[in-house]
Write a protein that binds this ligand. Sequence first.
Ligand SMILES: [Zn+2]
Length: 289
Amino acid sequence: MEVREPIPDDLKRKVRQQCGFGCVICGSPIYDYDHIEEYATVQKHTFENLVLLCPTCHRKKTNGLITKDTVRTARENPSSQFRTSSDNLPIQPYSLNIGGNVINTINGLVFNICEFGWMVIRFSNYPLIYAEILDENGERAVEIRENNYTLCARTWDIEYVGKILTFRNGPRKIFASLMFDIENRSISVSGNIKLSNDVRIKIQDNGIYADDQLLAHGNQFLDCGAAIIITDQPVMGPYLFSGRLIGNIMFQNAGIAGLNSIECKDNHFFRCQIGFVWTKEFLSNLNNS
Ligand SMILES: [Zn+2]
């Protein structure tokens, strides 16, 4: 087992800036630090030899489908769309679209789903992604800290194609995906998650569903912390509403907007800490009724 010194933080920062905060080949916002000439050969970390690559491009380089020269050229002119002319620009809010619900946020808790993990996207001049995703045995499968990924399970993969970041467990099983629209400062989230109680959570353009039951669609959140939380713990609140809620109601200033809501459509929420919380028990009963 080779012993290697960690890459110093200030060197990592310089590499991120050089590479435009993304994979130099395809622009993926999720990356790892790669040595163009292998570390085993050079035995040191130098600025010129370090580059950001996503899992897909890293694998292509390892397999010889992308040459070291191609990587070096891309490093000089990276394709990342997150590059900004200055680090001192004012932070502009992004919107997150989760199942047709639009949440305007700077610090977005995207989801926290029991058994499956959590994801947070913070926004500075570009999206900063943090996540921890578990496999079916509850072991950590993917870890992301400030866009720097670690794949802990062989069956898991992260791909970036056509500005869509996809998390997969197994060859065809898509767990979640994020679509980046940097120009319009918007990120769309979709997902397909099966809980251990056999309830299937679907996050798609036309809503958030538990099996075929619509939970929420078309709601607008302004100045809110974004979230879908599914928990196996009891929830005390405070919350604004629970159950069925259709149409054009304006709510403000709450901890949780909706607890165990169904068919929650086209409402407006202002300054709520959390969008939607569902308990696993509630979803399980929905399935059986
Ligand atoms: Zn890439």
